[in-house]
Design a protein around this ligand. Structure first.
Ligand code: PRP
Length: 179
């Protein structure tokens, strides 16, 4: 593990090889389901950028990539309950097949908000692809069309996930013990 300059020792929950196998599995399902279509992948910043980067390199489709930046956590472990649009969508998705790309679905508030936000722009379809899901923390039900891992209620970092903006670079999905 990478040495840190403060007293946090990340422990591996899902290793990089297992992540890679799962990303390939998800990409294969997406390739199959969207064959002949030209989906727009809408990735939710910041956390989804690593997952997106790996996933798209296994897609055998004519995809476009867009980003939205949403935030409800700030520096806190608990969702504020209010999703904030830091940067909205910059393209027209009317009549298009949209696939949301998330690193984690926790309370479900972000995804619920985003589904509503995107639906107002009248896409042809909207589906959800999430690398991880923490169903034990759900406040709103979310239908996940493509799911990598169901994860326990631990504080996760790495592979895009942060703690106070740190640790996104770790290649494994790790957890830190809470005090
Ligand atoms: C994380 C994650 C999701 C959201 C999920 O983002 O990337 O977008 O939380 O949580 P929810 O299901 O409880 O709404 P965060 O707000 O931490 O911002 P980040 O992606 O910049 O880390």
């Amino acid at each position: 593990m990478v040495a840190m300059d403060f007293q946090i020792e990340p422990r591996v929950l899902i290793g990089r090889q297992e992540i890679e196998v799962t990303v390939c599995r998800l990409a294969a399902q997406i390739n199959e389901d969207y064959r002949g279509k030209k989906p727009i992948l809408v990735a939710v910043l910041k956390g989804a950028f690593v997952f997106l980067a790996d996933l798209i390199r296994h897609l055998d489709l004519q995809v476009e990539v867009e980003f939205v930046c949403l935030s409800s956590y700030g520096q806190s472990r608990e969702s504020s309950g209010k999703v904030r649009v830091v940067q909205g969508l910059c393209t027209d998705i009317r009549g298009r097949d949209v696939l949301i790309i998330e690193d984690i679905i926790d309370t479900g508030l972000t995804t619920d908000f985003l589904l509503d936000y995107l639906s107002q722009q009248e896409p042809s379809s909207v589906k959800v692809c999430a690398l991880t899901s923490k169903p034990s923390r759900r406040k709103l039900p979310v239908n996940i069309d493509y799911l990598g891992f169901t994860v326990p209620d631990k504080f996760l970092i790495g592979y895009g996930l942060d703690w106070d903006e740190k640790f996104r670079h770790l290649p494994d999905i790790c957890f830190i013990e809470e005090e």
